[in-house]
Design a protein around this ligand. Sequence first.
Ligand code: PEP
Ligand code: MG
Length: 324
Amino acid sequence: AQERYASIRDLPAKALCGSVVGLHMNAGLLADLPSLGPSGAEGVGLFRTELQFLARNAVPRRGELASLYSRVMDSAEGRRVVFRTLDIGSDKVLPFMKREVEPNPALGWRAIRVGLDKKGVMRMQLQALIRAAAGRPLAVMFPFIAQFEEFKEARQRLLDEVALEERRGSAVPARLEIGAMLETPSLAYAPRQFYEMADFISIGGNDLKQFFFAADRENERVRRRYDTLNVSYLTFLEHIVERCADTGTPLSFCGEDAGRPVEALAFAAMGLRALSMRPASIGPVKSLLRRVNLDEARACIDEARGSGAQSVRSALRDWLRVQD
Ligand code: PEP
Ligand code: MG
């Protein structure tokens, strides 16, 4: 499929109105990195770090992780890689960690909540990331931040580790970007200071959508009821776009929906300028974005929103049919 889009691989996802959307890839293994070039991705917008923890019976060693992260950065050849700290719990259960049975694991002790409570594991991972970067830029994002305080604390831990390394005389990252994943509706309404403090924000649409509609992402029966192009959801995304624009906070979207061309078009039309997706989706998404005018797509969405429709999907599909 990548051959099909080879002719646009090195071209930007520039829409007819002139807006450019940055397309990045999601990854979780060193073996994913060779897709970076052929897919035409600008970088890795989400590197999930769970797999190295899930695939074994003990906590991985700091040295092992540092060497893996360093090889990931080597393979990216200077392109940006956003490392997401350990996101366990809910659908991702560590074989070696004792945990209580939770009635609602998706709403339970997971992701940054575990990281903040289990200080040692998060510290080890942050140290591995700092060591891997050594003299190179480092971008870290914390998953499942529900309130400003959690981001502040996680960010401070990372800054403290960097300061410690510096005092030890070790090489530290040349530049540090610290971001948050917006996966809970609460974070969209966090104080302005949160938006100012975050170097970037990435919408984790898989989780955000499940919490927005109160519909389990693992449960096909309820998941399918709610369209990503639902008017309420798009209006909510618009609110996040506006808040980020207000504070100049770079915003991206890294859930699976970013890789679906019509969804990607809607997100871009709502003002999102960076999307991260599986490598195979980059060609199809870019191909679509290059042949449309986002202002006109936005007008189509706004008209559908004004009509009282539940979803803008059919309006957007009809509109797409009469392009080119
Ligand atoms: C998300 O929630 O959209 C996301 C990117 O993270 P994950 O799918 O790993 O929860
Ligand atoms: Mg998530």
